[in-house]
Ligand binder design. Structure first.
Ligand code: SAM
Length: 257
């Protein structure tokens, strides 16, 4: 590895993962599959160097200085096609799929766009699983169970396409520079792709004010009389809060609305 120190660029969410134990745990938690690995934001290549040992990797890095550095560090792996680096913004490269073959996403994500990236990967039919480092609070939202205070639209979307779990919580000291927040590695194993946009629009309304009742939130967009009838049919209390429903209830509610 090239050990020359690099000034981290805040605007790209650069917090480099330096803790070898955490890096090893990420590799151990990778689902066993024949899929290609996609890494978003290889940075200095600390995780990449473990990943290329396992399988071939398609990487996306926005920072041109880091791309140059990675091209030197991994010149052998690039020459043997074990690694391919796409230099540019991953969100611009991402059409309905990010790559045209089945892949597992493994990444220490840039936190400023982490939720957006996860939602895109959940919708991408080529993406089969996600093993990603994100802010702990974000991981808790995606992995929450019905009844948890942080159960949200993101949890419902995740449960609609697969199962999520937190693999390991990671303190700021694992990174350089240290972020101000705790992080976590989260695994999402997909069994299908994201449902339609209208369902997600309904979720956004349902969870708009999480502490208010579900009926109150939904009434801001849908007919209250009709909602009351649906609640009665589904045997839902009129005072139920959005986090107290199950994912299956949301699908049923959506069909009825
Ligand atoms: N994987 C490295 C590690 O674990 O140390 C770096 C992780 S760092 C949290 C996030 C990385 O994502 C940085 O390398 C950053 O430049 C890159 N990045 C930020 N925004 C990006 C984007 N829109 N497209 C691709 N890469 C991006």
């Amino acid at each position: 590895m090239n050990n020359e120190r690099v000034a981290a660029k805040k605007k790209y969410g650069q917090n480099f993962l330096k803790d070898e134990n955490v890096l090893r745990k990420i590799v151990e938690a990778m689902p066993k599959s024949d899929n290609k690995i996609v890494e978003i934001g290889p940075g200095l290549g600390d995780l990449t160097k473990f990943l290329v040992k396992v399988k071939s990797v398609e990487a996306f890095e926005v920072d041109t200085d880091l791309c140059k550095r990675l091209n030197i560090t991994f010149k052998d792996e690039i020459a043997t096609k074990r690694l391919h680096i796409n230099c540019g913004d991953v969100l611009e490269a991402w059409q309905s799929t990010l790559v045209d073959e089945p892949y597992d996403l493994v990444a220490n994500l840039p936190y400023y766009i982490a939720t957006n990236i996860i939602l895109k990967a959940l919708a991408d039919p080529m993406c089969k699983s996600l093993l990603v480092m994100v802010q702990l609070e974000v991981a808790q939202k995606f992995a929450a169970e019905s009844g948890d205070k942080v159960f949200s639209g993101l949890s419902v979307i995740t449960q609609s396409v697969g199962t999520a779990s937190i693999v390991i919580e990671v303190p700021p000291t694992a990174f350089d520079p240290m972020p101000k927040i705790d992080s976590a590695v989260m695994l999402i194993q997909k069994h299908s792709d994201r449902a339609d946009k209208a369902f997600e629009d309904m979720l956004r309304v349902a969870f708009a004010q999480p502490r208010k009742t579900l009926l109150k939130n939904l009434s801001s967009h849908y007919d209250k009389q009709k909602l009351s009838e649906i609640f009665e049919e589904m045997d839902l209390s009129l005072t139920i809060r959005p986090h107290q429903l199950h994912t299956a209830d949301y699908h049923q509610l959506y069909k009825k609305i």
